[in-house]
Ligand binder design. Structure first.
Ligand SMILES: [Zn+2]
Ligand SMILES: [Zn+2]
Ligand SMILES: [Zn+2]
Length: 308
């Protein structure tokens, strides 16, 4: 279902044209801003007509959520800037810095949620909502959960932690609102602290997600061991040229939009430099064609030598 909706969106808005990372990021950011603003308007106008302070506060929380989606847009804008003299490997890692920032905000959201849930648990106050408000809230929950699923799916496809962080922020909001709805009903049945307990459990989950995104972004920025899939793909392409042997000393630096790949190979030693260069270049081109953003440099050694 969520895959199908994502496919539909990608096709309708032609998101796979040109810079797919930037398109996905911009789309998620802009959609989040629009939907959050819409939800704000719905909540705000009903808070006025129904004279509900709690709903008004919730409306302004939704308005403040636009901030993180703006960070998504800014992050993708800067990370998609082409390489320049100062940053020859492109700016793709900015996306990871943005996701770190958003993940820190997510941890803070979890912390605040924990405090407010604990307070509700300790002294439960009945929620002054009526059924109309509950219905409105329920509709906004569905809108936010829709946003969560789209963000998660788009983020998964371009391997983006900032989309994942934004998705979880959306989800934290829909769960928070859902707990208000739950509290409204459980109060009627005399279960006064259930929403507080659920809230505390959920806040731990939100904070944990934030922390894990901080670690994932940090690990990427430090420089990670390449994925086994990528290493295998490079090996398969290179070994398909039967004139090389013994691929070793492979180094892969992932810059987000650009991947620097270097490795050593062995060839027969009695060839001219022209010959070797021609063959090696052929392999470099083949890998660069298959792996998006790859920039390959191959170091060659004679088979007969045992110098690494
Ligand atoms: Zn929020
Ligand atoms: Zn060359
Ligand atoms: Zn070597």
């Amino acid at each position: 279902m969520r895959k199908k909706i994502a496919d539909f969106i990608i096709k309708t808005f032609n998101l796979e044209k040109d810079d797919i990372n930037r398109n996905f990021g911009f789309f998620e950011g802009i959609l989040s801003c629009i939907l959050n603003f819409l939800i704000f308007l719905i909540k705000y106008s009903f808070s006025i007509s129904l004279n509900s302070v709690a709903l008004k506060a919730d409306a302004f929380h939704t308005l403040s959520d636009i901030l993180t989606s703006i960070i998504v847009i800014i992050g993708f804008y800067f990370s998609s800037i082409k390489p320049d003299k100062k940053h020859p490997f492109g700016h793709g890692r900015i996306e990871k810095i943005a996701s770190m920032l958003m993940a820190i905000m997510l941890v803070y959201v979890g912390y605040q949620f924990l405090i407010s849930s604990y307070n509700r648990f300790k002294n439960p106050v009945p929620i002054d909502f009526n059924l109309i408000i509950i219905l409105i809230l329920f509709i906004t929950i569905l809108m936010k959960e829709f946003l969560t699923l789209i963000s998660l799916e788009l983020g998964k496809r371009i391997n983006s932690l900032s989309l994942k962080a934004d998705a979880w922020h959306h989800r934290s909001d829909s769960i928070a609102t859902l707990l208000i709805v739950v509290g409204f009903f459980t109060f009627k049945f005399g279960l006064y602290s259930l929403d507080g307990i659920l809230g505390m459990a959920v806040s731990v989950l939100i904070a944990y997600t934030g922390i894990s995104i901080i670690f994932q972004s940090g690990s990427f920025l430090i420089g990670e061991e390449p994925s086994q899939d990528l290493v295998k793909k490079i090996n398969d392409i290179a070994y398909s040229f039967d004139f090389i042997k013994d691929i070793h000393h492979m180094h892969i630096h992932d810059y987000g939009n650009q991947i620097e790949i270097t490795f050593h190979v062995r060839l027969k030693g009695d060839q001219t430099l022209n010959n070797v260069h021609e063959k090696i270049t052929e392999i470099e081109k083949a890998i660069e064609k298959e792996i998006k953003g790859a920039n390959v440099t191959i170091h060659s050694e004679p088979i007969e030598s045992n110098v690494e």
